[in-house]
Design a binder for this molecule. Structure first.
Ligand code: DX5
Ligand code: ZN
Length: 227
């Protein structure tokens, strides 16, 4: 497993997004939270901003759609420049078709699960996906405390990925910080979204290096009771 860090621009200065992308030197992805005020009680940005941001940075965009009707909108985010598009299981009515459309346009397809949504009903869909995102908070806002109750699901998802011999990345999003990233890595996550922990730090690039080192060490030495 290769550890990847995806800083969330939700915690960045939205008036200076191009500069904020430059501040996260060393990031593997730039995590872009799209919220529609319906699927979640918050509103952020949409296609035009993703398109402009993609032109302003070389870091690939990891678009996390917290929106209703992702079946209709997800493929357009690939056209807008996203290299990975995540839709929510709770919002999608045709997840297989949506994942196939994302892939057909050349991006990575990913499905997200809220804390109360189990992975098991989606086991048969895993081959259609390049990544599963386990929300480690209720989506909608940055800066919320990490929910430990999601750790068993991270373990079960990793076990299902291994059972089927798939190369699916396992992303965690919400409350990921120096205090919590090791627990996520030990449970089987390999892609880590961090908003506050990166953009709230004095030196965001140094924060990324620190998080990566912690996750790599935890992956290499999983504690008993971990994976
Ligand atoms: C929240 C978003 C997250 C958010 C995480 O719904 O999906 O990506 O930016 O922020 P932190 O890392 O501060 O919890
Ligand atoms: Zn997110």
């Amino acid at each position: 497993m290769t550890v990847q860090i995806s800083p969330s621009i939700l915690s960045a200065d939205f008036a200076r997004l191009a500069e904020e992308a430059k501040a996260v030197d060393g990031a593997d992805w730039l995590h872009v939270d799209v919220m529609d005020y319906h699927f979640v009680p918050n509103l952020t940005l949409g296609l035009p901003v993703v398109e402009s941001l993609g032109k302003a940075t070389d870091i690939p965009l990891d678009c996390h759609l917290m929106i209703e009707h992702p079946d209709r909108w997800a493929p357009a985010y690939v056209d807008a420049g996203a290299s990975s598009v995540t839709f929510h299981a709770e919002a999608a009515s045709a997840p297989v078709r949506t994942a196939r459309e994302i892939r057909a346009k050349g991006a990575r397809a990913s499905m997200a699960l809220n804390p109360g949504t189990p992975i098991e009903p989606y086991e048969d869909l895993l081959p259609e996906l390049d990544m599963v995102l386990i929300m480690t908070i209720e989506p909608g806002f940055g800066g919320q405390p990490f929910l430990d109750v999601t750790l068993p699901k991270i373990r079960r998802t990793r076990a299902l990925i291994e059972k089927h011999g798939l190369e699916i990345w396992l992303q965690v999003d919400g409350g990921v910080s120096a205090a919590t990233i090791e627990r996520c890595a030990e449970a089987g996550a390999d892609v880590f979204v961090a908003g506050t922990a990166v953009y709230g730090a004095e030196d965001p690039a140094a924060a990324i290096r620190g998080l990566r080192a912690q996750a790599e060490a935890a992956c290499a030495h999983p504690r008993a009771g971990g994976r």
